[in-house]
Write a protein that binds this ligand. Sequence first.
Ligand SMILES: Nc1ncnc2c1ncn2[C@@H]1O[C@H](COP(=O)(O)OP(=O)(O)O)[C@@H](O)[C@H]1O
Ligand SMILES: [Mg+2]
Length: 232
Amino acid sequence: MKRIVVLNPKGGSGKTTLAINLASYYASRQQKPVLMDLDPQGSSVRWVKKRQPAQPPIHVIAGFEHDARMTRSFQMRIPTDATHVIVDTPAALEPLRLPDITRGADKIIVPVLPSDIDIHACSRCIRDLLLVAKVRREEDRIGVIANRIRRNTLTYQSLIRFLQTLGIPIVTTIRDSQNYVRAAELGIGVHEMKSYVARDDVEQWGPLIEWLARGPGDAPDPAPVTPVVANA
Ligand SMILES: Nc1ncnc2c1ncn2[C@@H]1O[C@H](COP(=O)(O)OP(=O)(O)O)[C@@H](O)[C@H]1O
Ligand SMILES: [Mg+2]
């Protein structure tokens, strides 16, 4: 079982969007994903509740709730047949909570939007992951996703340079697309949309899925993935 944590203390960067679309991807590939929602806003939980019986099931855990009728460990239990646990995390997460939240994570995904403020917040988040949560970069556990890319832009140049000095990859670029908004409303992900509608979106998930499947001992790509910027 793989544990994947989607994290960035900056709100609106795409944590929930990535978490639910990953769950949708694995569910549509006959895997058994579990979505663990640690955000009190409960967006991931609400998304799962919108799913129709015909859609492959996704087990969801409302990790933010404290249900007095059951013990915490019972509430947080993961089904034994789970293949992936995807953890959606809240905004404004204190650095001191990072060690707890990232403990045992095989991969940590940090989505970042193409704005100065977001890039700055992302750099701080990466620094906290390395220094506070003590994630070692050689483990290839942290990956950045450039999210909501609209057009050719150099906005990411400073982030790319910063990440290169740290050896952290930008794993993929996700374009700004209404398909994410529409899919979320329906309780599905882009992977469950008609392929002629979402082909361009689905394609961008390839490098992320590949990176997530990689173990710590696997050889990295010969050339680092260059985050290219999509023309939308
Ligand atoms: N690639 C994208 N294209 C279009 N809209 C997006 C994309 N990623 C996120 N959004 C939208 O941006 C908003 C914030 O995203 P969300 O995933 O909820 O962020 P977070 O969980 O980090 O707060 C949502 O309305 C979501 O639908
Ligand atoms: Mg969210």
